[in-house]
Design a binder for this molecule. Structure first.
Ligand code: C2E
Ligand code: CA
Ligand code: CA
Length: 656
């Protein structure tokens, strides 16, 4: 019973319009749009043929008026479909047309069949056989033309066959029964073929659809892959690859108007220390925040990318690109130097920014990137936290630096360098407890150069290793015999880069016999930020030997006094730029006394540098400073000027 019900339901289902699958509907529509005019043509032609056969047998109503109306309707529909065979219909229109066509096909079939039934009794045996032939032919061709529309074809086949069968079973005393049975069998065969054709057709459409879907998915996937490949996961900004690809596209364009391309290169100052000391979580938040800030400052025709690490670049295209780059750089610097709060903690960073502008429309895009990068490096080399517009002089400067590097290496071999000493004075007793060794280059053939200039260059190349060790060895030898005098020697961060740095210091201490307890190494705060891990490792190793460490130039960078302890510094040297502010800014006094208090709490001693006047010395003494250094107490000079003796070491190294 249940199987019968299910079979019946399946059968009824075959007569329903398949509007649930729009892809199938559209495909069916596309197919039958071309066949439907043919159906109307066959109906019309057969109607004409039947009317001709019965021209002398039936009333004019039946033999002329009816076929004319039938043909007119068929013709109107047929020509409408021909006209609209190329029209694009909406899904709703397609369903509407399928439905109308289905209904109209049944109506026309019924009308044609009823007309032929009305004519049939008026004919003789020959015209009757003509009529049955045309009727059967019309029904079969209508079904064939409606093949793509399963429900319409099935309905027409069923209605026409049923009418044919019923009519001819009772007409002419059953003489036509063989024809009726024959047509029924043919209709059954047609329905079977129709069913097969339709299921093959829908399978084909579905497989086409799934193929298209798969293609779309593949396309989507490759789009997504491309997006990932060109996006920085952390900041969600385009990445370096995206910038290079954009530059490549720009390079492909033959000519450019002057001033239509500019590049801004940004490198954060003080990021590394946040990342290394507070953890990547803070670093990641900071990068995201910086990305968001920079993105809010850029103009429409620009592309902001994260180049990697703490580097960002902005490419600006179009009129006024240069001006826009300068505006962006100024706003970015202002915003990035503001304190930021990340996960409840406040941080201060800065930015070194380089700008390059294609002023004459001739600079290759990749060259523009290099220039912006060079300008940014110039900022880094000159104290960071500023903006530099690229200038050819920067490239020339590079060549000059190259030359100096070579001169330093040659000068070391020719003993062109000298070491001078500056006293560090105890405020309570006025005695010199320590001297800072400072390198000089009096023997340079091209004329003297200040350490500020050549140390930076030596740091940029490998020569600082040899120069640093030369100063250390010479200072250890010269001061060794002056008991109770501590020695403070400057160390460059790049020296920490050398894995053998600690070993070399140890060797010099052994070679010179200098007591490690009297040696202090000075590291600038700026450098500490760049290489925090290496610095802390070297500090730890040498501290075990008894060497102590001072944080130099405190107050010029971004470290807080709290870092001091984590690194194991025993002394902090307050930079002379801060000391200078004491003369006109009362807040500087509070700052320095606050620093002294804090340092004392951490068991760290404080040296204030750059004391040039007695008044300043008195103020600092009153503030609680125990150690001072500056021109007021003595300029850097030979050791004998400070301690009044000439040591054996000094005589050995004396420069002609
Ligand atoms: P620094 O370590 O901060 O050294 C102190 C600098 O301040 C010295 O400059 C010194 O002459 C100057 N100075 C001291 N007191 C006063 C003062 O009262 N007023 C003013 N205006 N200046 C004062 P110098 O010798 O020209 O050295 C400059 C920098 O070069 C040093 O700064 C240090 O960073 C670097 N340097 C010097 N010698 C060496 C060295 O042997 N190795 C390394 N790595 N760096 C060195
Ligand atoms: Ca120093
Ligand atoms: Ca200093």
């Amino acid at each position: 019973m249940l199987t019968l019900k299910r079979a019946l339901a399946t059968l009824v289902d075959q007569y329903r319009l398949q509007t649930g699958d729009m892809d199938l509907c559209r495909a069916q529509f596309r197919e039958f749009v071309h066949q439907i005019p043919l159906m109307y043509f066959i109906i019309s032609w057969n109607a004409v043929a039947v009317a001709f056969t019965y021209r002398d047998h039936a009333s004019p109503w039946l033999s002329s008026v009816f076929p004319v109306v039938l043909c007119a309707v068929a013709f109107a529909r047929g020509s409408w479909w021909t006209r609209n065979s190329q029209t694009t219909f909406s899904d709703a229109e397609i369903i509407g047309h399928i439905r109308t066509t289905g209904v109209l096909a049944i109506v026309l079939t019924v009308a044609f069949t009823v007309w032929t039934f009305l004519l049939y009794p008026h004919g003789d045996s020959q015209t009757k056989s003509h009529l049955t032939f045309f009727l059967a032919l019309t029904q079969i061709s209508a079904v064939f033309c409606l093949f793509p529309l399963r429900s319409a074809a099935l309905s027409v086949a069923t209605v026409a066959t049923a009418m044919f069968l019923v009519y001819f079973l009772v007409m002419d005393d059953g003489q036509m029964v063989p024809e009726a049975v024959m047509l029924t069998l043919v209709a059954g065969g047609m329905v079977f073929i129709l069913y097969k054709y339709n299921s093959t057709f829908s399978k084909l459409i579905r497989s086409q659809y799934s193929l298209r879907q798969r293609h779309l998915e593949t396309q989507k996937l490759s789009d997504e892959n491309r997006r990932i490949a060109f996006t920085d996961a952390l900041s969600s900004l385009p990445n370096r690859r995206a910038l290079l690809s954009r530059l490549e596209k720009i390079a492909d364009v033959q000519s450019r108007e002057p001033g239509q391309l500019a590049m801004v290169f940004i490198d954060l100052d003080g990021f590394k220390v946040i990342n290394d000391f507070h953890g990547h979580q803070f670093g990641d938040h900071l990068i995201t925040e910086v990305g968001r800030t920079l993105n809010s400052l850029r103009s429409e025709h620009s592309m902001l990318v994260r180049m990697g690490g703490d580097e960002f670049a902005l490419l600006i295209e179009g009129e006024g690109a240069g001006e826009d780059a300068k505006r962006f750089a100024a706003e970015a610097l202002e915003r990035l130097t503001r304190p930021v709060t990340i996960l409840g903690r406040q941080f201060q960073i800065g930015a070194s920014i380089g700008i390059s502008v294609d002023a004459d429309g001739m600079i290759a895009p990749f060259e523009l990137l290099r220039q912006a990068d060079t300008a940014m490096y110039a900022v880094k080399a000159n104290g960071k936290n500023s903006i530099q517009l690229f200038d050819k002089a920067l490239d020339e400067g590079k060549m000059w630096r190259h030359q100096i590097e070579q001169e330093i290496a040659d000068g070391l071999g020719r003993s062109e360098f000298n070491v001078v000493y500056q006293p560090i004075v105890e405020t309570l007793t006025g005695s010199v407890s320590c001297v800072e060794a400072l390198v000089r280059w009096p023997g340079r053939p091209g004329g003297p150069l200040s350490p500020d200039e050549f140390i930076g260059i030596a740091e940029g190349s490998g020569t600082i290793q040899a120069l640093g060790m030369y100063v250390l060895e010479r200072a250890c030898r010269e001061t060794r015999d002056i008991r109770d005098l501590n020695l403070s020697v400057n160390v460059s961060p790049t020296q920490f880069n050398n894995p053998d740095f600690c070993k070399h210091v140890q060797q010099i201490l052994l070679l010179t016999g200098f007591p490690p307890k009297r040696l202090q190494l000075e590291i600038t705060e700026r450098h500490l930020i760049d290489y925090p891990e290496r610095a802390s490792l070297a500090i730890e190793t040498l501290r075990d030997l008894g060497v102590s460490f001072a944080l130099d130039d405190f107050g010029t960078g971004f470290t807080s006094i709290a870092y001091l302890q984590s690194f194991g510094f025993s002394c902090v040297k307050i930079d002379r730029s801060l000391t200078k502010r004491l003369e006109h800014d009362p807040n500087a006094g509070f700052l320095i006394s606050g620093l002294i208090q804090m340092a004392r709490g951490l068991n760290v001693s404080v040296v204030v540098e750059g004391v040039e006047t007695e008044a300043l010395a008195a103020t600092l003494r009153a503030t609680g400073c125990k150690q001072l250094q500056g021109y007021y107490f003595g300029r850097p000079g030979p050791l004998r000027d400070i301690v009044g003796v000439e040591t054996a070491g000094q005589a050995r190294y004396a420069v002609a």
